[in-house]
Design a protein around this ligand. Structure first.
Ligand code: KG4
Ligand code: ZN
Length: 354
C-alpha cells in the first residue's frame, strides 16, 4: 500500500455506498445499493423511505465491499463518512454505521462533505485501471447533481473559490422534473439523455437563462418554459393536459428531450469555459450525476480539446453518488488532520467550504 486505506460510507440521498480506497485514488471496492427502483413508484424520493432502505442495506453493502477488497475492518486506516449536505435521516444511517466501526476498531473518523466528494471523484482510479495524471491546479470544477449545481475555482487541494451556483433548481432536479412532464419516469436525467439520442429534429429551441455576466445559473424558468412547450405539444397532438393521461408520440418526446437537454448543456458548457478563460485555469473537472450526461461530456470534451486543457470527467458510475468519491476526499481530509469525534452530527445544509 502506498497510502492509507480508507473505508468510506455514503448515504446522503438515495444510494447506499461503501468503498475501500487506497491513498485517495485507487478503488479496491465500491459497492452501491441504488434505491432508484424503490423511488420510481413515487416519482421521487420519500425521505423516510430512503432512510429505512439505507438501514436495510448499510451492513450488507459494507460486508460486500470488504469481501470484494479482501480486507477486514482491522486492515483499514480510517473511516470516512458523508455528514452533509443531504437528507438528515439518510445521513444519520451512514454516520452511525461509520461511528460504530471507528469506535469498535479504534480508527480515526473523517467527516466528508458530499459536494467535496463529487469533486474528488476526479482523482479516482478503478481497480485495474492504468495510472493516469490526476487533475492539475489551477482548475475549474463544475459540479452538477440532483441537489446542487455550482462552479468553483481550485488552486490547491481542499480550497474552493465559489464562482457561481444555481439560484433556484439544481440541473439534475430540472432533468427529473422535465422527465416527468415528458412521461419518462424517474430519474429523468438518464431517461432524457436516452430519449434525446433518438431525436431527428434538433431545431426546437428552449430558452437559456444566462444570468447576465455572472457565473450563477438558473433552471426554474427553463422548467416553466418546458411545461408550456410540452403542454402545447400535447394540445397539438390532441392529448389531455395531464402527462399521466397518455404520452406524446416518441419522435416528439425525443425532439423535446433534445431541446431541453441542449439548453442545459449549452449554458453549463458556456459558463464553464468562460470561467476557465477568465481565471486562467489549466484544467477542468466535472462531477455530480448530471456529469454522466453523454451530450455534456461530448461538448465539454470538444471545448477543452480546442483550448488544450486537461479535462477530467469520471466515468458515469463515479459521477453519480458512490462511496469511493467519499474515500477520495476523505483521504485528503485525513492528510490535512481533519477528524471528527463520536459526537459527529448530520449537517443537511452543509455548504462546500470556501
Ligand atoms: O450526484 P447524484 O447521483 O445525486 C445527488 O447528489 O443529487 O445526481 C443525481 C442526479 C439526478 O437528478 C439524475 O437525473 C441526474 O443526476 N443524472 C443525469 C444523468 N444521470 C444522472 N442527468 C442527465 N443525464 C444523465 N445521463
Ligand atoms: Zn451527489
Amino acid at each position: 500500500m502506498s497510502g492509507p486505506l480508507v473505508l468510506a460510507v455514503e448515504s446522503s440521498c438515495d444510494e447506499t455506498g461503501v468503498a475501500l480506497v487506497e491513498d485517495g485514488r485507487r478503488i479496491h471496492a465500491n459497492v452501491v445499493a441504488s434505491q432508484v427502483a424503490l423511488h420510481a413508484a413515487t416519482g421521487g424520493i420519500v425521505p423516510e423511505v430512503a432512510a429505512r432502505a439505507h438501514l436495510r442495506w448499510i451492513v450488507p453493502v459494507m460486508d460486500e465491499a470488504l469481501s470484494t477488497a479482501g480486507v477486514t475492518l482491522g486492515d483499514v486506516d480510517a473511516v470516512a463518512v458523508t455528514y452533509g449536505p443531504g437528507l438528515a435521516g439518510s445521513l444519520l444511517v451512514g454516520i452511525n454505521a461509520a461511528k460504530a466501526v471507528a469506535w469498535a476498531h479504534r480508527k480515526p473518523l473523517v467527516p466528508v462533505n458530499h459536494l467535496e466528494g463529487h469533486v474528488y471523484a476526479g482523482w479516482l482510479l478503478d481497480p485495474g485501471e492504468a495510472e493516469h495524471v490526476a487533475p492539475s491546479f489551477p482548475l475549474v470544477a463544475l459540479v452538477v447533481s440532483g441537489g446542487h449545481t455550482f462552479l468553483v475555482e481550485m488552486r490547491d487541494h481542499l480550497t474552493y473559490r465559489l464562482l457561481g451556483q444555481t439560484v433556484d433548481d439544481a440541473a439534475g432536479e430540472a432533468f427529473d422534473k422535465v422527465g416527468r412532464l415528458l412521461g419518462l419516469g424517474y430519474p429523468g436525467g438518464p431517461a432524457i439523455s436516452r430519449a434525446a439520442e433518438g431525436a431527428v429534429d434538433r431545431d426546437r429551441a428552449f430558452p437559456r437563462a444566462w444570468m447576465g455576466d455572472s457565473y450563477d445559473l438558473s433552471f426554474s424558468g427553463l422548467k416553466t418554459a418546458a411545461r408550456r412547450i410540452i403542454g402545447q405539444a400535447r394540445a397539438d397532438t390532441g392529448l389531455p393536459t395531464d402527462e399521466r393521461d397518455g404520452s406524446l408520440p416518441e419522435p416528439i418526446v425525443a425532439e423535446l428531450a433534445w431541446g431541453f437537454q441542449d439548453s442545459v448543456v449549452d449554458v453549463l458548457v458556456t459558463k464553464t469555459m468562460r470561467a476557465v478563460d477568465e481565471t486562467g485555469a489549466r484544467g477542468v473537472l466535472l462531477g455530480g450525476g448530471v456529469a454522466a450526461n453523454a451530450e455534456l461530456r461530448a461538448r465539454i470534451t470538444k471545448e477543452a480539446e480546442a483550448r488544450g486543457l486537461a479535462l477530467v470527467i469520471p466515468r458515469p458510475g463515479l459521477c453519480t453518488d458512490n462511496g469511493a468519491m467519499i474515500g477520495a476526499a476523505g483521504a485528503r481530509r485525513l492528510e490535512a488532520g481533519v477528524l471528527a469525534g463520536l459526537d459527529l452530527d448530520a449537517r443537511p445544509s452543509l455548504p462546500l467550504a470556501t
